[in-house]
Design a protein around this ligand. Structure first.
Ligand SMILES: Nc1ncnc2c1ncn2[C@@H]1O[C@H](COP(=O)(O)OP(=O)(O)OP(=O)(O)O)[C@@H](O)[C@H]1O
Ligand SMILES: C=C(C)CCOP(=O)(O)O
Length: 335
């Protein structure tokens, strides 16, 4: 059945968004360890985002915007007020939207309680809804802080708190006016996969991948990047030593897709996917389905591995499929 269009109260976007990026939960958390951030990958993703945003006038010295005290910090944080006051601007083309997944935050709480299946009359589901939101919003806070430490003017935004809701897991209400106003004011909105209310099921889990697709439909960015823990989409789970990285996938007008590169032999033309047991949102399968919808809009989608030269090139929009030195998957509309 066709998905009903979400109700909108969104003002027109002021200037084209350059990139919507998903910091995948698998990329920035240690998925096997409850509520554990992969600090190095997160730091790298934020530093690469700063590089990708830099318009050439950004000062080399990063002026951090996280002015809060961390547990164990001996002194008050350094606030470089004079440095900021002396700057004409941040030197960043910050017209990006960041969305992150849950990884080892949120999925565990949601799957243990069944929040994704709904039924808020159950006290377990109700408690799980609360626990899931505590977990994903605490990750959101850490990601906003990591971006702020790179001098990126980021602001956290929760879909649930913005009133987003679903109808049988499809987006039903998704007002983006606050996101658009924030972009207009020069901030980088940082959204996340969330527990939300559902008109039929009471509640469910809204994946970051679905949020990205909706925002791409609304904002038509120049390109969309998914950073995850593998180099891209393979013809079978990448744990299989014979898995082949699919470098280019084309999506036709009917939503059908075909593998353009590499040319695979007869019986190897599909994609086989495995999804972790605790994953409540469909893993790589959801990502490919949402990426195909985005590609049909004429927006190129790059899926690649965090903390690599390939992720930096994707974030800069500098991907050329005719050369072989970029590792990742491009999903684009058939010409
Ligand atoms: N055919 C496949 N190609 C690529 N990855 C696959 C495939 N099948 C399974 N996977 C798994 O999909 C995982 C990435 O998808 P996943 O949804 O977990 O990423 P994410 O967006 O980074 O995380 P999250 O959903 O927590 O935000 C990889 O760890 C990989 O092992
Ligand atoms: C609250 C949760 C579990 C959000 C899931 O979002 P995703 O990791 O992007 O699929």
């Amino acid at each position: 059945m066709a998905e009903a269009a979400p109700k909108q109260r969104s003002p027109a976007a002021p200037r084209p968004v350059r990139c919507i990026v998903k910091l995948g939960g698998a990329a920035i958390t240690n998925k096997g360890e409850l509520e554990s951030i992969d600090e190095e990958s997160l730091r790298s993703a934020c530093a690469q985002l700063r590089q990708a945003m830099s318009d050439g006038t950004a000062p080399e010295k990063v002026r951090g915007m996280d002015w809060s005290r961390r547990p164990g910090d001996p002194a008050d944080p350094v606030v470089d007020a004079e440095g900021f006051a002396g700057m004409a601007g941040l030197g960043l083309d910050s017209n990006f939207v960041v969305v992150h997944g849950a990884g080892s935050f949120g999925h565990f709480q949601a799957s243990r309680s069944g929040v994704h299946k709904g039924g808020l009359h159950s006290t377990l589901v109700k408690a799980g809804f609360v626990a899931t939101r505590i977990s994903v919003t605490s990750l959101n806070q850490e990601i906003v802080r990591a971006l702020a430490r790179e001098g990126i003017p980021s602001v956290g935004m929760s879909p649930f708190a913005c009133g987003w809701s679903t109808q049988r897991r499809n987006l039903a209400s998704a007002n983006a006016s606050q996101i658009i106003e924030s972009l207009h004011a020069g901030f980088v909105p940082v959204l996340h996969g969330d527990a939300v209310l559902d008109e039929s099921l009471d509640c469910t889990i809204l994946s970051g991948d679905v949020i990205i697709r909706h925002l791409a439909q609304l904002l038509t960015p120049k390109y969309v990047v998914f950073l995850t823990d593998v180099h891209g989409v393979y013809d079978r789970p990448p744990t299989d030593p014979n898995a082949v990285l699919l470098k280019e996938i084309e999506v036709d007008d009917n939503g059908g897709w075909s593998i353009v590169k590499p040319a695979l032999e007869g019986n190897r033309k599909g994609v086989e996917i495995s999804v972790a047991a605790h994953d409540t949102t469909g893993g790589m399968e959801t990502k490919i389905l949402e990426a195909a919808v985005i590609a049909r809009l004429g927006v190129d989608v790059y899926i690649t591995k965090v903390d690599t030269e390939h992720s930096l090139r994707a974030l800069k929009g500098d991907v050329n499929t005719s050369s072989d030195d970029w590792l990742g998957t491009v999903i684009r509309a058939a010409k």
